[in-house]
Write a protein that binds this ligand. Structure first.
Ligand code: NAX
Length: 329
């Protein structure tokens, strides 16, 4: 079998990190061949073409074909998996409304091109920021493609949260499970440890022995550290997260296609679950079953958690309303 994967922003940093992992089989396994379509804007074509040359030099047995284009109709032709990484970054003096409008101008036409040219069971993962609202715009512009086929990346936030817990508890990271992210992929996100476990026991019990007052540690140390980790990476590294973002993207798409054996996090369309207004693309605890994200339902939400979820969802509502006011939704 061959899967056609379209990557937008393929000439950028995350694109460069993603391409070689996809070609090496990290996304779909060692038996699935891939055809890559690299979609860029004209200024990014050189970098994408350079990456395509290097892909050739990688002599990857799974890589059948690479095409570089700046035409969305060509880029999304026959696409099974779309990774929308390319976005307009916030420039100097740019207001939030300008940023939303610039990205609506990218993700609206891309959603339309996906509807017109992608395969009928296309799955679209949005990484480019503001990821949740960009996914909302793309989904709204993709006539005939169910909104469930669009999701936005919050897996990097979840990985950061699990890694912080593992470090604090001095345990291997894969023993820490069920740490969902709620809401927006932004500083208002809520990494939730209520149901988290470490080696099968509640994380909150394990934390108590180490940090003492768990609610204070969560509010003052853990949640801000996770929510501001992107800024910390920029400060230390001098550039934003790249390989960790590419890694999270691989994990998100792989889980979506192949299924999960436990909870993870993804921003998916709400049908009113947990009081999140219908139609928003918000992060939830999810499982992936039969190639579909399913929100984990029936969880009891404490008042503290409720306040944090509501604050992040309020930000998503504001973003949606701003895009609507511009007539772009
Ligand atoms: P770069 O600036 O290195 O690359 C972006 C690329 O997108 C550029 O090559 C640019 O030419 C291209 N591009 C712009 N508009 C395009 C369009 N209309 N069609 C196709 N390509 C287009 O950014 P990079 O570091 O790769 O980050 C990409 C995006 O990921 C950014 O929006 C960034 O904010 C976002 N991130 C999202 C994360 C998440 O967890 N959801 C984490 C990492 C990252 O911050």
């Amino acid at each position: 079998m061959t899967t056609t994967i379209t990557l937008t922003g393929a000439g950028g940093q995350i694109g460069y990190a993603l391409l070689f992992r996809i070609a090496a089989g990290d996304l779909l396994g060692p038996d699935e061949k891939v055809r890559l379509r690299l979609l860029e804007i004209p200024q990014g074509l050189g970098a994408a073409e350079g990456a395509a040359l290097e892909l050739q030099d990688g002599a990857f047995g799974l890589l059948e074909h690479v095409e570089v284009t700046d035409d969305p109709a060509v880029g999304f032709d026959g696409c099974d998996l779309a990774l929308l990484v390319g976005a307009r970054p916030r420039g100097p003096g740019m207001e939030r409304g300008d940023l939303l409008a610039a990205n609506a101008g990218i993700f609206g036409p891309q959603g339309a091109a996906i509807a017109a040219h992608a395969s009928s069971d296309v799955r679209v993962t949005v990484v480019g920021n503001p990821a949740n609202t960009n996914a909302l715009i793309a989904a709204a512009s993709a006539d005939g493609v169910p909104a469930e086929r669009f999701s936005a990346l919050t897996r990097l936030d979840e990985n950061r949260a699990r890694a912080q817990l593992a470090q604090t508890l001095a345990v291997p990271v894969d023993t820490v499970r069920r740490v969902p992210i709620w809401g927006n992929h932004s500083a208002t996100q809520f990494p939730d440890v209520t149901y988290a476990t470490v080696g099968g026991r509640p994380v909150t019990d394990a934390l108590e022995a180490i940090v003492g007052d768990v609610p204070t540690w969560l509010d003052e140390t853990f949640i801000p550290r996770v929510a501001k980790r992107g800024a910390e990476i920029i400060q230390v590294r001098g550039s934003s997260s790249v390989a960790s973002a590419a890694n999270a993207t691989i994990e998100h798409v792989r889980d979506w296609v192949r299924g999960t054996d436990d909870w993870t996090s993804a921003a998916v369309v709400s049908y009113g679950e947990y009081g999140v207004p219908e139609g928003l693309i918000s992060s939830f605890p999810v499982r992936s079953v039969d190639g579909e994200w399913r929100i984990v339902e029936g969880l009891e939400i404490s008042d503290r958690a409720r306040a944090r979820i509501d604050a992040s969802v309020a930000e998503l509502v504001e973003e949606r309303d701003a895009v609507r006011a511009l007539g772009m939704l």
